[in-house]
Design a protein around this ligand. Sequence first.
Ligand code: PEP
Ligand code: MG
Length: 564
Amino acid sequence: MTSTSSPSQTQLRGIAAAPGQVAAPAWRWDEPRVLESAADLTGETGINRLHIAIREVKGALATKASGLESSGAVAEAGILQAQALMLDDPALLDGASSLIRKGRPADAAVGETMAPFAEMLRASDDEVFRARAADVEDVVEQVRRALHGVSDMPPPPAKPSIVVARDLAPSQTAGLDRTLVVGFATEQGTATAHTAILARALGLPAVVGIAGLVDAVADGQVILLDGDRGTLVIDPPAEALAHVAGPMRLVADAAPAVTTDGRRIEVGCNAANLEDAHRGAAAGADGIGLLRSEFLFLGSDRLPTEAQQVAMLEQVMAAMAPRPVILRTLDVGADKPLPALPQPVEANPALGVRGLRLQLLRRPELLMDQLRAALRIATRHPLRLMFPMVSTIDEVHQVKRLLEKARLELNASPRMEVGIMVEVPSAAVTADALAKEVDFFSLGTNDLTQYLFAADRTNPDLAALADSLHPALLRLIDHVVRSAHRKHRWVGVCGEMASDLRAVPLLIGLGVDELSVHPPMVARIKATVRGLDVGECARVATAALRLDSGAAVRRLVEHSVSKT
Ligand code: PEP
Ligand code: MG
């Protein structure tokens, strides 16, 4: 990552991990070093100390998990609950105890017992398993610290500050005192690691992967952290702080987002659980543009029945009422495994039996349950239905046939708009044909970018390649929007790109009708839309289509769109 400096300020670049801008003094946290093994960690004493340390760590994880749950990050609490489960594994205690009996101290024994497990995960081709390796190492570190009585948490700063650290483990991120920590920056990390996922769920602006960070920032120095752009400015000038009032907060903004020349843009929110729906509603979202229905299936090793799905969806609809909700049918596989639905190992999971393919090829009865649940909800509420990972028109025909079957079974024909995610290049290219079959498109730019550039979305080394501002993607979006509008269909964007303030003028210039964004971004995206002129955006977008790189598009947007 690069850095630039002027006489008065230094700007460091990293990876945008969680949105929001915040300015505050840096609070440097240098993780205390664990002491060398002490003699009382050996023999039976060592085994007893290990029991106690594991109990302590489990207690601390449970407290942090329930803190996350009460902040609405219910799905994310599962990351810590999974870590606690690792400590319940009898193989850990048995393996470590036997090493201690052979003379190893308890702290070394716990590391050595877990190391092969972490190693195996780290060697996996699957990013999900690789991410689990960091979680295993985090757990080992917590136990080792507990054995030495060293806190694994940054102590709370004395005043609102931005934490600056070499790295933060997921459990440390979850335990940050959010009345005083208003954001964080780290030298290590990726946007898809659990730490970043937690930061987003907690609404904490974060930039990770900033090379040279710890040496560049002094304790107490004022820094401006921009979690949208992935930058950190040391000693920012006063004018740069004018727009940054302090920690980003949810601001309710229920008024419609209308451009200066009168075009209404729907600004919905993405929701992965009921809490997101509440947060989006509180922020003034116009609806839910993407309800990731995977949450209905998580947290249990049994698949939910149709009735259970209806009950949970009722709660989401009530949270958003009377606004519309787009329910996306189950999208599991690849980066989204589902414990209740284990699948055979595949050589290329991102290109494998995932999303709609999984249901059509292997589990049509699961899709039928979802379709019936959706139809039942749609008789009472403004529910729209959307299918993920569509690649061909034949898949659309198949799901429409199943939907018709479900309607007949229920003898119910509620008005329910049916759309598809456009996130596979073949669907984007054939959008003209697909538009005849559905009511709307929602651009899943996360996957569309991944597949367009053949760049794994979970691989940090490829983050720069998978650039959603690259003209290659913009041209595809242009084609999709034109194809849809010719058939009078509307087009939304529900990938991360919709929450990117630089992308919004381009998307509106290309004619996108709806944006579905992170709940904490709703007010800012609405404010951005209100500062835009569609004609001007269209001129910028047309110029962007002719450029040859994402960097050139970025420069164009920064120079030509008036800031809000
Ligand atoms: C996308 O691919 O852009 C998208 C919104 O879906 P997900 O991130 O859940 O794959
Ligand atoms: Mg997707």
